[in-house]
Design a protein around this ligand. Sequence first.
Ligand code: SAM
Length: 240
Amino acid sequence: MRIDIVSLFPEFVAQVAGHGVVGRAQERGLLALHGWNPRDHAEGNYRRVDDRPFGGGPGMVMMIDPLRACLSAARAADPAPARVIYLSPQGRPLTQARVRALAAEPRLVLLCGRYEGVDERLLAAEVDEEISIGDYVLSGGELAAAVVVDAVARLQEGALNDAESAIQDSFEGDGLLDCPHYTRPVEHALGVVPPVLLSGNHAEIARWRRKQALGRTWLRRPDLLDRGALPAGDRRLLEE
Ligand code: SAM
């Protein structure tokens, strides 16, 4: 998969997102990250990329032409069709289901805004989708782009050492939260490991994990749980 980052600080996204699983995905040739700076496509001595908003008010707005030229250069760098995403607090909230769909695209172009945002005409003409990473305002789209890069990179086949781990993560499969995890030592001043996990009984361990996942989803994120749609076995586990 190829991801192009259009940003005034493209190297920032690669630095923030480029470690661990994402770094490994790049080393394994599963992901290629490319940065594009609209300032390199701006004209004049000052290479200006922003201007004052029409109608007055505070802040600056990113101008159409440097962004348009930059997007065009990014698109032309590879023949694969690119889905252009603008990171925006006004976008569709990012979910694991959306991440899965994006991870299956051959190519994404992530457009990061700054200041008050981007001239609306550029967004209408060039952007396929707007994505928000939450109901709060960042000072730039770069951290949001790094979130998208990380989330889609770990779903590339071969990026995780154990592909099973992604399947049992929170929000995957039937959308429950993950069960709790423990490792050595068995006994610690902070508590002991639940004995069932040491039993070697795989059916009992799976049942315990399922019950924990159901229980914590019910307690922490009841909005994720459609009790009516749960299989009878799950409803019994919840009621135990
Ligand atoms: N005036 C804009 C508004 O209220 O909708 C906010 C602009 S914000 C200060 C600058 C840039 O940060 C945006 O253009 C966008 O790219 C990015 N950004 C801010 N919050 C974000 C969020 N929650 N999700 C994704 N991107 C965000």
